[in-house]
Every structure is written in C-alpha cells, then in structure tokens.
Design a protein around this ligand. Structure first.
Ligand SMILES: [Fe+2]
Length: 248
C-alpha cells in the first residue's frame, strides 16, 4: 500500500487561502513609473484597492533601487509616495501606504552603507535583493556592513535565486547570521518555476521565514492573489510561522 501510494502519489487538493490575517505587506511596487511595477497612477490605484480588498491594512511599498536600471533614491521615492497617498485619499481607498525600497546588493550599494540615507521600515529593517543570474559578489561583506551599521537585512524572495537551490546549507548560513527571509506568496503557486515553489515550501516548513510578501507589480499578479489556492499542508505550515508582518 505504501509503495503504491508512493508511485501513484495523489496530487494534493488546493484550498482557497485568505490573506486577510497578514495585516501588512512589506514588498510591492506601487509607486507609478519609477520601476517595473505600476506604470501609471491608474495602475497604482487598481493595485492598492486590490490589496485593501484582500484585507491588507498597511503596505510598505518598496521600489527597486539598482545602480544600473532603476536609479531611484529617497527623494524620488518620497515624492512618489506623497502623490500616491493623495490620489488614494481622493479616491477613498482605505489603505495606509508607506515606502521603503528594495535594494539591489552590488558594489555601489555596499559603498553607500553608512554614508548615505537608506530607506528602512520598522526596527531598522532593510529589504535587499540579489541578481537572479549569478551569485552576488561580496554578498556576505554587504550583509556584514549593513549589520555593523545597525540595519537588519531582510532578504527578498530567497526562494527565487536558483544558484542557491541546491545549496540549502547556504540558507542555514544566512539564518545563522540573523538574516531575515521574505518569501513571495506567489512563489507558492508556481508562477516563477516548480523549483522556486519547492524551495519556498521548504523554507516555510523549516520555519526559516519571517515575512510573507506579495512583491506585487501588476494586474496579473493581483488576479493570482485574489484567487489564491494552496495545499492544506502549506497553509498549516504558514500558520505556524511567527510572521513579523503585522508588527511593522
Ligand atoms: Fe520586488
């Protein structure tokens, strides 16, 4: 019976999953026209009202800051946030929006640490990301510099870096260095790749995740969030996490 079950393993049924318990989202691209997220204020309104409908109370939106592609800075982001909030108010969207950033870790970023203003949230948390193509050089140096300058790094979507998929001990090493992990909710439904889904499930099951984020960029992703269905086992593992979301 056991072997039979193993060979003809049934696909686990999917169960609708409401995100309303999460409270606050800490990774999204809602400010229009400054990165690969919302293109227009109309897009921003659509995405923000969708998050409110999903039950989110507050969103800390995180535009990309990359030295090559998205040359954003605190001034650009704060100006965009003011415009976004005034539009949300005019349109009666009941969602509190604040802003930080998603910092791409490269040489230029590491150079800025301790010298320039970095956008943080909560207790000096900073959201960082890496290249999807190759392991970042000087990554550990960057983390160390952040930490000795009082920042608490949260690694955005650790499940999406395929060069670490077969090196799960690297994830352990990061946890030993007190790096927090933010998994994308949509990684769990396979919109990136089956491997990304497996690693996201692995990290959640092993309680290595402190933040769940939407990483919301566009209408398609909003549709996926509104129709979210997950395996019951994954839902159970999520409910056992000590998420920081609602505290930020
Ligand atoms: Fe992002």
């Amino acid at each position: 019976m056991g072997i039979f079950n193993h060979i003809f393993k049934k696909k686990e049924p999917l169960v609708p999953f409401s995100l309303s318990f999460i409270g606050n989202d800490l990774h999204s691209h809602l400010i229009p026209g400054i990165d690969d997220g919302a293109k227009t204020m109309e897009d921003s309104l659509f995405l923000a009202s969708g998050l409110a409908d999903l039950g989110y109370k507050k969103v800390i939106t995180t535009p990309h800051i990359m030295s090559d592609y998205y040359k954003n800075n605190p001034t650009i982001i704060k100006k965009g946030l003011l415009e976004l909030n005034s539009t949300l108010e005019k349109n009666d969207i009941d969602l509190k929006v604040e802003a930080a950033a998603e910092y791409y870790v490269d040489f230029d970023f590491i150079e800025k640490i301790g010298k320039e203003e970095l956008l943080t949230f909560g207790d000096n948390y900073i959201l960082i990301e890496c290249s999807f193509i190759e392991p970042p050089r000087d990554f550990k140096e960057g983390l160390f510099r952040l930490q000795i300058n009082g920042y608490k790094p949260i690694l955005a979507h650790p499940e999406r870096y395929q060069y670490w998929h077969k090196r799960t001990n690297f994830y352990d090493e990061l946890k030993d260095r007190d790096i927090l992990f933010q998994v994308n909710i949509l990684s769990l439904i396979g919109i990136y790749s089956p491997q990304v889904t497996s690693v996201a499930e692995y990290l959640i099951k092993n309680k290595m995740v402190e933040v769940l984020g939407t990483d919301l960029h566009n209408e398609y992703q909003m549709g996926q969030l509104k129709n979210l269905k997950l395996k019951q086992g994954v839902i159970n593992n999520i409910m056992e996490l000590n998420l920081l979301n609602s505290t930020l």
